[in-house]
Design a binder for this molecule. Structure first.
Ligand SMILES: *Cc1c(COP(=O)(O)O)cnc(C)c1O
Length: 229
C-alpha cells in the first residue's frame, strides 16, 4: 500500500510472537536502518528487545526512545566504542576477543555496571563473518579462565552465531547443530561470571531451523520491518 511502505508488518510480528512464545524463544527485533518512528510503532505493540549493528546509530536512537527498551548490540564492536554502549546496553551479543571483553569490563567498572555478553562464534563458511572459532573459544573459556575470572564487570551469558547465507537449509542446520554442541559443552563450565544460558541463533530466513536446533533467542529484522534498503 502506498504511503505505508515504511511501517511495521503487524501481522507478521503478531504471528512470529505467538510462534516464538510457544517455544520460549526471545525475539530481538533487528532495527538497523529503521527509523525511530518505526521502532516506536513496534514498541507500542509490546516489543521491548531491539538489536542494532552500529554504535552511532544505536546511541542516536536510544536517546530518542523509551528508556525501558532493552538494546542488544549485534554488530562488530571496536574496542574504542565500548565506552559509548556501557551506560545503557542490555546485551552485547558480538564479543569476539579477550581484548574486547577486557575493554567492556573496564568501561562497565567505571560506571559500576555488570554488562551481559554473548561470545560470537564463527560457524558459517563465509570468510566475512566475524566471531571466534572453536579453538579460540576454548582458549578464552579454559586456558584463560583465570583472566576471565578477574573480569567481574562482565558476565558471559551465552553464545551467538550466524549461519551461512544460503538457501541450503541442510547446511544451515548443520551449522546450527555445531553451535548447539559447542554451547552444550561449555554450558557445563560455570564460574561466577560465566553461565551460558542464551543461545542466540536464527534470523528472518532461518529462525525456524535455528529453533529446531535449540536456539532460545532469535534476531529478526526484515520479516518484521520489511526489506532494508
Ligand atoms: C541484520 C542482522 C540480523 C537480522 O537479519 P534479517 O535477515 O533482517 O532478519 C540478525 N543478526 C545480525 C547479526 C544481523 O546483522
Amino acid at each position: 500500500m502506498e504511503g505505508e511502505a515504511m511501517s511495521v508488518n503487524k501481522e507478521s510480528y503478531e504471528q512470529l510472537k505467538a510462534d516464538l512464545g510457544s517455544h520460549h524463544v526471545t525475539l530481538v527485533a533487528v532495527s538497523k536502518t529503521k527509523s525511530v518512528e518505526e521502532i516506536k510503532e513496534l514498541y507500542d505493540l509490546g516489543q521491548k528487545d531491539f538489536g542494532e549493528n552500529y554504535v552511532q546509530e544505536l546511541t542516536e536512537k536510544q536517546s530518542q526512545l523509551p528508556k525501558d527498551i532493552r538494546w542488544h548490540f549485534i554488530g562488530h564492536l571496536q574496542s574504542n566504542k565500548a565506552k559509548q554502549l556501557a551506560p545503557f546496553i542490555h546485551l552485547i551479543q558480538s564479543v569476539d576477543s579477550a581484548r574486547l571483553l577486557q575493554e567492556i569490563n573496564k568501561q562497565a567498572k567505571k560506571i559500576n555496571r555488570v554488562i551481559d555478553c554473548l561470545l560470537q562464534v564463527h560457524i558459517a563458511q563465509e570468510e566475512t563473518k566475524f566471531g571466534l572459532d572453536e579453538t579460540e573459544l576454548d582458549t578464552l573459556m579454559t586456558t584463560n579462565a583465570g583472566e576471565l575470572h578477574g573480569l567481574q564487570n562482565v558476565k558471559i551469558v551465552g553464545l551467538m552465531g550466524m549461519a551461512s547465507f544460503t538457501d541450503d537449509m541442510e547446511k544451515v542446520r548443520s551449522e546450527f547443530k555445531y553451535l548447539r554442541a559447542i554451547f552444550d559443552q561449555h554450558a557445563k563450565r560455570q564460574m561466577s561470571n560465566v553461565k551460558l544460558q542464551t543461545l542466540s541463533m536464527g534470523m528472518s530466513s532461518d529462525y525456524f531451523v535455528a529453533i529446531e536446533e535449540g536456539s532460545n533467542m532469535v534476531r529478526i529484522g526484515s520479516l518484521i520491518f520489511g526489506a532494508r534498503n
